[in-house]
Design a protein around this ligand. Sequence first.
Ligand code: PLP
Length: 435
Amino acid sequence: ATLPEPLASQNDPSHAAHPSPLWHAFADMSKVPETRVVLERGQGVWIWDTEGRRYLDSTAGLWYCALGWGREELAEAAAAQMRKLATYSTFGDMTTNTTLELAERVASLSPMPNTAVFLTSGGSESIDTAAKIVRRYWNVLGRPEKRVIVSRGMAYHGIAGFGTSIAGIPANREGYGPLIEDVHVVAADSTQELEKLFAERGHEIAAFFGEPVRGAGGVYPPVAGYWPEVERLCRQYDVLLVCDEVITGFGRLGAWFGSAHYGIQPDIITGAKAVTSGYQPLGVVLCNERVQEPFYSGKAGVLRHGYTYSGHATACAVGLRNLEIMETERVLERGAEAAKAMVELFEPLRRHSMVKQVRTEGLLAGIEICEDARKRVPNVVDQVLWQARKNEVMTRNMLGHSLQFSPAFIITQEELRFYVERMLTSLDAVAARIA
Ligand code: PLP
């Protein structure tokens, strides 16, 4: 297959230099107008800006666009649902068939038997939901002292109340005054530290929250054997295990869930992003039989929690169609094949003088820029990113040290080669400039 032709070859970052009322997320608004890109359309792994410039979308938006852009079927699923009934509140005893079907479909993919599915509009809401469920769970069981939530260093769990409070990225917690209490961050890969903590304070610990692969912190796969040992410790000390699969859920590591990939069965899984490939905002909280029991048996009464858009029918319709296409078009298998090719094709990136390390797992990579360059040029990762844009690759700076690679699962080998070639050119250009 031939690659689509670029519509224009030069990216002049000044083209979008105008102020606007839009306050960008995670951005320094004094600088955004200098480099802003305004995007307009997408097809497969390619996106185009309003000036007609083309980019290979190497991050699938913010990790979510598993299917790739421009899928008519998803637009049609949304339109069809909107024409019937856009959505209806799922508070109390109401819902739609579409919402019921999405929950059933998601439960059928879960690594836990008889999963219950609570619906939200995204990852942060899913994390807050999971945190509230685990605290309520122990409260209802007559153990209100078990309320500490343990998370890992450099973990990202979204930016709502609980997610901000348990953030392992310290900068994401700073400056907000007192956050939610009874949280504890442990070193990311140390099961010894976890065991010590559980042995001392297990009676106060409600749950351990962890991403199967730490994502936004820089793409750090776990050390070998980490997850089965964490699962064992959680069982031994009666701590609920919550896998935050907002990035790894729905196929990123080749299995439907990262927990299945690592051979573990958590008590709760949070998900979002790829469940709709990002075409609609939707989040899920999967709860095993143990966790749902007090709430499903009547013991716990009403869980006074939920969002206006919990179970939004149009988002669910898009999720259903997305998951169906993933199955019929073998999208997970294709992602796994792309992941295998990626490891090999990334060898020249690994060897580049500007690169310290390339970490990969499934169809995820973190390309870490060498420390020397980062010391000499504080915004060197942005320099590479801007250079990559000129070379038709859209990438993302993770915490000033690494570049994110998390493309659509349908990326071809030719597109992977395009990415590597253009990243090498971009790294060369920045290396020459700072030499
Ligand atoms: N948890 C993880 C592991 C994430 O990567 C993210 C977002 O990237 C979130 C939670 C928050 O999700 P959202 O941005 O949809 O609120």
